[in-house]
Design a protein. Sequence first.
Length: 349
Amino acid sequence: MVDSKTIDAWRKAPRLNSFATFFEQTASGLGGAPDLSRPEPEMDLLSFDLDCMIFWDTHRRLWGHFDSHYFASIPYRLEEECRLGAAILSFSEKTWARRGRPATIYTLGAGAGTLARALAKLGDGRLKTLNCSPTDGNRVCFFARRGSDDAYFYHGPFFELDDERYEKEETLQPFRDGYDVLFEDTTFQMYGRDRDKQTGFIAPRVSPNGVLVQVQKLTHRDSETYLERERQKDEVFKSRFFSGTQIVEKRRDILDTMFDFQVDLKTTRSALRSYFQYTIVTWNSGNFYTIVSSNSLDSLRDFVGSMVRPAIPSEFCYEQLPHILGNHERNPMLADWAWRPPQSIGGEA
């Protein structure tokens, strides 16, 4: 249980205060959108995988205002969304088939919940999803294109979803027993640096056979390395979508403050080890990482085995993937990871 002093610190953090106006304006379509072009996935990087293409076709129809800003800001994050979406759907449908009841998915702080809504629509009753956001513009976008009655929204920050609220609120009843997939999307870095307490707050909500998926922006022990990756992000990728003025303004208003709340991979690993036996890095783009954790080795292998190869040019990837971080790096069962081969339209990889 997280103490009241920590909750109070999270409530006073930038996400709910100095950043609130930026997120509200961007989520409401009043600012923050790319002024040069709208991002679209480079499907050749995904080998035109059929599952990823089907996911993208649903995802793009449900976009809110914030999506263009987000996917134009992180190199090849949109391709990673398609890769993750296809894997989460596959993993969740297997969970549904084994249990005979809907799998549960929670996207924590994922804007207007486009991922959650796309999964609920594709799941067609086999999945129930929840997204949370404290930004009213995200709530409006969520319900404007809900996509499915199986997609739910909580209007508030992640730390308000405690045991008492799950018991009291009717819309949270499908999720009382926890989540098969819990996805934290670049949210913790806006509330503080204490990853152990943040992870400890959400870890009990991951079911014993479930997985925690995180997309995090991490610092580096060498500040020059971190800054060079930022330069690459801004000058090589973001410049395709944003003007130089937009890039400078966001760095000044948002990114410089967020840096103070970022942690490195070592700190992230330490926090995850306190709650999960197995952790693996499955994607890297400059200073951004996808990290998957679980207390079930079978579930972790199943989830990662549902992912196609990382869809990112080699010059943006600085990790040998997959990269095992958990407590059992030398476990022989972790030595033979294999990405799912892409499924072409013709049915052949």
